[in-house]
Design a protein around this ligand. Structure first.
Ligand SMILES: Cc1cc2nc3c(=O)[nH]c(=O)nc-3n(C[C@H](O)[C@H](O)[C@H](O)COP(=O)(O)O)c2cc1C
Length: 193
């Protein structure tokens, strides 16, 4: 497998078609992504899948609740709410990834980083199967209402909601910052030049 090509060509997908995503495929990809991530330690995380009309509706309602409750946007036209709700319910599947945290900051960071590594593997493996993903961490996903729905515990952290679906057209890639632009040399005197 040409992994450089896969990494280079994978794109975040924001426009999905209506072909359903099989839950079994998502589980298979998650297992494969975990196996490809080298880690001596156990990586502590859990996932939740919203793929039915009912579960996507519940997810949409929880995402919208803070907006609806907010006095400033109380007047939010029904049309806008429906647009957001439809955007969530039209997406074939939502994979929610929750990492465990630890009182020890280093342990916590190591675990979170490992979960992120696994999920990047997941996105690449999904791409190879023609399945598009969008790793979503928007502030809308950080609400009390959503955390309640996910039963997020004090020792847990939401890594992201991965929107999943097949797509008709992949977007073009964005320009990347060249490494030289973020490059400094530690001088012998201790400072950076
Ligand atoms: C940790 C992480 C969080 C992200 N959160 C969001 C997000 O909240 N909203 C979004 O539109 N894209 C999000 N993305 C996707 C990036 O914006 C996307 O990777 C970037 O636009 C580059 O596009 P590409 O994946 O097609 O190369 C996230 C990606 C990562 C790795």
């Amino acid at each position: 497998m040409n992994f450089v090509k896969t990494i280079r060509e994978r794109r975040s997908i924001r426009k999905f078609n209506s072909i359903p995503v099989e839950q079994e495929l998502v589980i298979e990809l998650l297992n494969a992504a975990r196996q490809l991530y080298p880690s001596r330690e156990e990586v502590a995380f859990r996932s939740m899948y919203a793929g039915t009309a009912d579960s996507k509706e519940r997810l949409a309602v929880s995402m919208l609740e803070p907006l609806v409750k907010n006095r400033l946007v109380k007047w939010l036209p029904e049309k806008v709410r429906d647009f957001v709700r439809k955007r969530v319910t039209d997406i074939p599947g939502h994979l929610i990834i929750i990492a465990s945290t630890d009182a020890d900051r280093r342990k916590s960071d190591m675990n979170y980083a490992a979960v992120c590594g696994i999920m990047q593997n997941f996105q690449l493996l999904a791409w190879l199967r023609g399945l598009g993903t969008l790793w979503d961490t928007e502030p809308m996903m950080q609400s009390k209402e959503l955390f309640e729905l996910l039963k997020l515990q004090p020792n847990e952290r939401l890594v992201g909601i991965f929107h999943l679906g097949y797509f008709d057209k992949a977007p073009r890639s964005r320009a990347r910052t060249q490494a030289e632009k973020k490059w400094t040399i530690l001088s012998s005197g201790g400072g950076a030049i």
